[in-house]
Design a protein around this ligand. Structure first.
Ligand code: ZN
Length: 348
């Protein structure tokens, strides 16, 4: 869990993935998990581990299997600095503004990180009108206060600087709670799955992709370059077994194991792959569950449609309160994720 905590506490929004890439790259290089590691022109980290067949296995030319976990998180870029030193931001990724009130933020500048707070403009409740109290603000209404004078802000902050919400990593009951479990869980599961591998007949290309949250942008050129036979997207999914959501809209159930997306709004998984994974799960007594996400996509969609098409499946860890700073994942689901990936990869 220490690695997952480090990943969630390393800020990296779409187009600004340098920091998280360095954490992952340092980790995989020091543990010598891969034969080759490089970063592509868009910034995705691509690591290849050549086949390591079991002793006595028949010689065949290895298939190429591509794993993809997006390493960006939803956040903001500074859009405007006003003459009082307040910042306005542009979102990179989908926020629900109802979750953005009174948030601690981190503004990442060339000279280091600045702490700040984010609120929508307007009067506090004591003096707000009835109409003002009912209004749900839009992103453009929010501003960041760094607690510094305008000259100091102007000298430190630049247009385009990355801003993330601040949220700690915590152990809560049977869950872990943190910001950006979407998708540091997928990044973490990919690393752990490779660490636990013994033998495999396929060449494995593990990719930590950029710019997923703004439209699956990094996975597409990565898939084109690798030209895989099988694609595996490693991401998260909704888990809405919570008050106020009808049972039929829950998408996934916490504690029932890692999710396999039968479909979401971006792709339909290859059903023969889902069935293969399920039989591996039964054989190894690992929990997993099918899920359908009516709205929302992930990197598997662009892998599936690259070149002349790729058989692709999507792994997705159930996450409650997704796209907030209190995302929650059940420890059983976290544990089953890399275990199932490892067991399946060993059959490919
Ligand atoms: Zn995601």
């Amino acid at each position: 869990m220490d690695l997952l905590e480090t990943l969630t506490q390393t800020p990296s929004v779409p187009g600004r993935e340098d920091r998280i890439r360095k954490v992952i790259e340092d980790h995989i290089r020091s543990s010598e998990l891969f034969d080759e590691v490089h970063t592509d022109a868009m910034g995705s980290l691509i690591a290849c581990r050549r086949a390591r067949p079991a002793k006595g296995a028949a010689e065949t030319s290895p298939r190429k299997v591509m794993l993809a976990a997006h390493m960006d998180q939803i956040g903001f870029l500074v859009r405007h600095i006003d003459d009082k030193g307040f910042l306005r931001v542009n979102p990179v990724g989908g926020f629900d503004t109802r979750n953005l009130f009174a948030r601690g933020v981190r503004v990442c500048t060339r000279d280091g990180d600045l702490a700040g707070v984010m609120n929508p403009g307007g009067r506090p409740i004591h003096i707000a009108t009835e109409d003002e109290k009912k209004k749900v603000p839009i992103i453009g209404d929010f501003f960041i206060d760094l607690g510094l004078g305008p000259e100091e802000v102007a000298s430190k902050v630049q247009i385009g600087d990355m801003v993330v919400l601040d949220g700690p990593f915590r152990d809560v009951g049977e869950y872990v709670v943190s910001q950006c479990l979407d998708n540091r869980v997928g990044c973490w599961a990919q690393i752990r799955a490779i660490e636990n591998l013994t033998h495999h007949s396929c060449d494995i290309y593990a990719v930590w992709t950029v710019q997923e949250e703004v439209g699956l942008r990094g996975a597409m050129p990565a898939a084109f370059g690798i030209d895989p036979d099988i694609g595996i997207a490693c991401d998260t999914t909704l888990c809405c077994r919570t008050p106020g959501v009808p049972e039929e809209d829950r998408v996934s159930v916490p504690g029932e194991g890692v999710g396999l997306h039968v479909m979401d709004s971006s792709m339909i998984s290859d059903m023969s792959l889902i069935e293969d994974i399920e039989s591996v799960a039964v054989k190894h007594d690992i929990k997993c569950q099918r899920a359908i996400l009516p709205r929302g996509g992930q990197d598997g969609a662009v892998i599936q449609r690259s070149r002349s098409g790729v058989r692709t499946v999507s792994f997705a860890c159930p996450v409650k309160y997704i796209h907030t700073v209190t995302e929650m994942s059940h420890k059983t689901d976290l544990e089953s994720y890399p275990s199932l990936l490892t067991a399946w990869l060993e059959t490919l």
